[in-house]
Design a protein around this ligand. Structure first.
Ligand code: FEO
Length: 392
């Protein structure tokens, strides 16, 4: 795809990766992704904001054919999907300086072997004049690495946010065209990438408040010409109270755990609690992560395998612990044949979660009437806790 104009002397460059289905060998990308870079031409200097994944460097380099000079390459974030083509750009424009934070400089030297004399580091709030346009660099650490920053063009009121506010979507529409689709993709992105750092991100959102932002141009997905769509969503995901929802990731081998999950779900739903079920043998982990953004309660369902939780349930616990959702309550249900330490093992895997652990329900073999009664008590407790907290 060719370069595309956003504003006068501001162009989108980059690559749309329609085929990519996995990020970091971990995160599902059902809709592909894009690596957005931007070329800003001032009256006296030209700057390239970020680059693209090295697998698509040729796309960017084709777009840069005919560009006579690049004075600066701004690297907002050292992860290779944005920085990986910097060496290619430096080869074509050896006089260009790489502008980044001091932490970003160290990372780019470590990850890409960019020579030290190629850098200009900037302080938080520093500006760079391109002549008739001024770039302001704002440190926004932990979106989602420690070195991250964003750039604001004062004259155009555009925020270039890199991963911050991004979404993994491959599309030929440069600007947001389907708000529902973008909302879901951005929520998936937030859940998988940003949620663990939501307290720091709240501070970054505060830092952005004084700026009149009329457009947000992230480095993944579409450009927001109505920034309130994504900024309001971030505020809700970060600061909003949890929903009256139970997220229930589970796995069953011989139907006992399955029966327990069904029973608990029916009771909760009858009593007004929303339940999102994820059979871990078929679940898109990104969907589970998204559900964790809002849910008030997590219930893990697992049989006992080799004296502990099923490995898929352990994976879900590990994931939830890593993503640090705002859930307030957690419980464990499941079955065993002759013993084991399923509850202890899972409970020991979630130290990051600030949850009240509700009495687990583990049954021997298939669930009995007393096991179903215990599930009813768990459901009543969840309903009561949600009501007390006035979760919607
Ligand atoms: Fe899109 Fe953290 O890289």
């Amino acid at each position: 795809m060719k370069a595309r104009k956003i504003r006068q002397n501001v162009r989108w460059l980059g690559a749309v990766d329609w085929d990519r289905r996995l990020f970091d060998s971990l995160i599902p990308l059902p809709d592909g992704t894009s690596y957005n870079a931007y070329l800003v031409k001032g009256s006296s200097r030209t700057v390239l904001l970020d680059t693209v994944d090295p697998s698509m460097a040729h796309v960017l380099m084709n777009q840069l054919e005919g560009v006579p000079k690049i004075d600066f390459i701004v690297s907002h974030h050292a992860e290779q999907d944005h920085s990986g083509s910097i060496p290619h750009v430096l080869k074509k424009f050896p006089e260009a300086k790489v502008v980044t934070t001091p932490k970003g400089k160290g990372m780019l030297m470590d990850l890409l072997g960019v020579p030290e004399n190629a850098f200009v580091t900037v302080a938080d709030g520093e500006t760079l004049s391109l002549g008739d346009k001024n770039l302001k660099f704002i440190y926004t650490p932990w979106v989602h690495w420690p070195e991250t920053m964003v750039t604001y063009i004062e004259e155009d009121r555009i925020l270039f946010s890199c991963d911050f506010f991004g979404s993994h979507i491959a599309t030929t529409d440069l600007f947001v065209s389907d708000e529902g689709r973008v909302y879901e993709a951005a929520k998936r992105y937030f859940a998988e990438i940003m949620m663990p750092f939501r307290n720091v991100i709240e501070k970054n959102m505060e830092k952005l408040k004084p700026f009149d932002i009329q457009m947000i141009a992230p480095s993944h997905g579409q450009i927001y010409h109505h920034p309130s769509l994504i900024m309001d969503a971030y505020r809700d995901w970060i600061l909003g109270p949890p929903n009256n929802t139970v997220v229930l990731p589970y796995v069953s081998m011989h139907d006992s755990t399955n029966r327990m999950v069904d029973h608990l779900t029916s009771n909760l739903v009858e009593n007004g609690v929303r339940v999102e079920l994820f059979n871990l043998t078929v679940t898109d982990i990104g969907k589970l992560a998204m559900a964790l953004v809002d849910a008030a309660t997590i219930v893990l369902g697992t049989p006992t395998v080799l004296a502990g939780p099923h490995p898929l349930a352990a994976y879900a616990a590990f994931l939830a612990n890593a993503l640090r959702p705002k859930a307030k309550f957690l419980s464990i249900i499941g079955s065993y044949g002759w013993g084991g330490k399923t509850v202890e093992t899972l409970a020991g895997m979630i130290p990051n979660l600030k949850v009240e652990v509700l009495d687990p329900v583990l049954c021997r073999g298939v669930p009995s009437e007393s096991d179903y009664a215990a599930l009813d008590r768990l459901a009543s407790t969840i309903v009561q806790k949600h009501k007390e907290s006035e979760f919607k």
